[in-house]
Structure formats: structure tokens, C-alpha cells
Ligand binder design. Sequence first.
Ligand SMILES: C[S@@+](CC[C@H](N)C(=O)[O-])C[C@H]1O[C@@H](n2cnc3c(N)ncnc32)[C@H](O)[C@@H]1O
Length: 250
Amino acid sequence: MQCPRCQQGSPRPDAQFCPRCGAPVKRVEESGPLAASYADLRRDLTEVVEQQTTSSYAKRYERDRFGHPWGRLYRAAEERAIRRALRELPAGGRVLDVACGTGRITALLLRAGFAEVAGTDVSSAMMDEAKRQLPHVEFFQGDATGLRVPADSYDLVICVGLLMHLDPGARVAALRELARISRGPVVVQYGCVGTLHRFTSWVTGKPWGALYPVVQSQLREELRRSGLRERSRFWALRPVSSSLILSLTK
Ligand SMILES: C[S@@+](CC[C@H](N)C(=O)[O-])C[C@H]1O[C@@H](n2cnc3c(N)ncnc32)[C@H](O)[C@@H]1O
């Protein structure tokens, strides 16, 4: 099978993206043992999020994701990269944490000296957990691809842990939305794969961590389409992890 985008990569039949250009691979299997999981991937994002984020999922989220040795190491590296990106920015003004989940990054922003912080997420179950941990912070429900917030409402907008789960179209829509509501910088996390990841994916047929990772050229193209420019970048745990924190400007 040839990649429909670059026409050069040859994704294995069970691969989720092209090992050469990183484009998501269109599924051809409509029946057989893998059909159910492919159907899951195609299901509407909001439906999936609603299903996944029961209150018990939200309560377990941080422990399941970061409660083991690799999770702790990864979390420390990721949060260090975020703090380095934030250190370059003025610490005043209004900040919005988009896809805030249980408020992990919201809390990091407060610790970093940003006093006026709010959070938004599509899942009320995740935000209930955030409200429990940060009762003095404002949280409101919202979809990152269409937030009901006036343009230029915030001095800084941050979005961690979301973009790599969105298909390219939704990702650009979310980036444009982040740019629209920020009158200052935008800090985001991307899942950006390099040679090691592509090789591993080619061998295993599985994506590396992110559902919709990108390669550098796709990342540049998506930023261009979103009207955003890269100021600086901070890798969390390169080359093992594909996590990249980007500080962007309009
Ligand atoms: C992996 S968690 C990241 C949470 C938090 N930012 C962190 O880093 O710990 C992803 C979050 O994105 C939220 N989410 C998924 N789709 C979204 C969308 N379209 N708009 C806003 N939030 C979304 C989920 O509910 C979930 O809380």
C-alpha cells in the first residue's frame, strides 16, 4: 500500500500513519478483526472524549498517566520544557489553559507566577477534577476548535496534551482558534516524530505515542496555515519522546 499523501512511503497494513511523511493513513479495512478499532478511530472526537472521560477516568487520569517510573520521568521532563518556554514570557496578564483536563498545567501556570489563570476543556468530568484541586480558579466548558470567547481575550494561551490527538484539519482549526483568542503568545505541545520514531513505527506498525504525530515539514505547514510563527522550541525528552513544546506568536 502506498501513502496517498507523499506517494513514497509504504505504510504496513496495520499502520496508522505513513512512516515517511507522517500523514494519517486512510483505512481500507471495513471488516475483519481490526475493523472495530478503526471504526473507533473514525468516531466523532467529542463522542470519544465523552465516553472516555467518565468521572472515574478523570480521577485516575494523572495516576495512570504519570504514576509509574516512566510517567514520572516523562512528566518531569515535559513540565521542565513548559517552564522553560514560560520563563521567556512576561508573567502578568490573563492566561487560558485550553484542554486543561484535571488542571495539571493550570497548577503549573500558577506556580510559575501567572496569577490570573483560567482553564477550559471539552470534558466536564475532567474539569470537575480540576475544580476540586483548584477551587479558586475559573473553569468553563469549551471545544478548542471553536471557543465561545471574544478575539484577543487573553495575554497568553497554552494548550498541552491535545494537538497530537487531533487529525490535521482539526489541529489547524484549534491552532487558529488559539491564535484568535490570544493577544500575545501561544504555547502548544506537538507530537513531532523524528527518524527514531519513524523507524520504530515502521518496524512495529504502531504510531509513536501520538495518534496524529507530525514530521517537521508538516509542523511548519500547519503553523503557516494557522497564521502562527515559531519563537522557540523545547523538547521534553528527545529523542525518546516526540513531545515538543512550541512558543508561538502571531
Ligand atoms: C491528555 S489530556 C491533557 C490534559 C492537560 N492539558 C494535561 O496536560 O495534563 C487531553 C485533554 O483534552 C481534552 N480535549 C479533547 N478534545 C478536546 C477539544 N476538542 N477541545 C478541548 N479539550 C479537548 C480532553 O477532555 C482531555 O482533558
